[in-house]
Ligand binder design. Sequence first.
Ligand code: MG
Length: 293
Amino acid sequence: MKFATLSYNEKETVCVINSENDTFIPIKTRSVPDMQTLIENFDEIIPELEEELTAAGSELEIPLTEAAFLAPIPYPRRNIVCLGKNYLEHVKEIGGITGGPKDQAPDYPIYFTKAAYPCNHHMGTILRHPEITEKIDYEVELGVVIGKRGINISVEDALDHVFGYTIGNDISARDVQNRHVNWFMGKSLVTHCPVGPYIVHKDEIPDPQVLGIQSYVNDELRQNGNTADMIWGVAEIIHELSKGYELFPGDIILTGTPKGVGMGFKPPKFLNAGDKVLCRIEGIGELINYIED
Ligand code: MG
């Protein structure tokens, strides 16, 4: 199942998406005021929800043109956790940005966090912030949404803690990243964390390490990778992160980006006002955003 948060009739509405015919059904089962509630109570809600959807059939399907996507979790309770340098070919293309080995896998996963309050969404505007940066870049990433609380999670149990998967675009102000050495500020400018369009429940993605992952700028293919090429896969990312750090339902982890970011080109290809950025992950969908000054 695919779950989205939509703005429908001017209300935030949690919905089941049918991506085959571009329709949605608002969830009416019990009280599901937001995605966080759905994730936290999923095991109790799902039997009733399945019954509700079966009874409704296709009669209650509403065209997506009648609503607008919000981020699946519009206001995440905590910062988004991100992975730096998690695809070897990307490590090589960005060289030694803010330290670390230039052409080899780091010894441990590189975690940092990114503020996203609110989180940007499918078809949302990405602001270029020209007053402080001239080097806005895109990074398509597989997003992992945590479904079950846990600490010190084993590799074997890690995927049990996943609720589902989504797409993230880890927008990065490269000059700000370099100026401040630490990545937080260059990754956290307002509108710089589009996530969506929806969350695909993990039942539809039994293996997150076999997914084609691409980005396009103005229909030009820039990144073309596969999640098989992650240095640390989703289970290892969760295992290592949870060593002494507690994960909660609704936490989002962006798992790093493959080769082909703007700063990797010679000369670099940073984003400009008017650009369209499309991120695609196999089995999930497409996340589209537009750049504005
Ligand atoms: Mg990234």
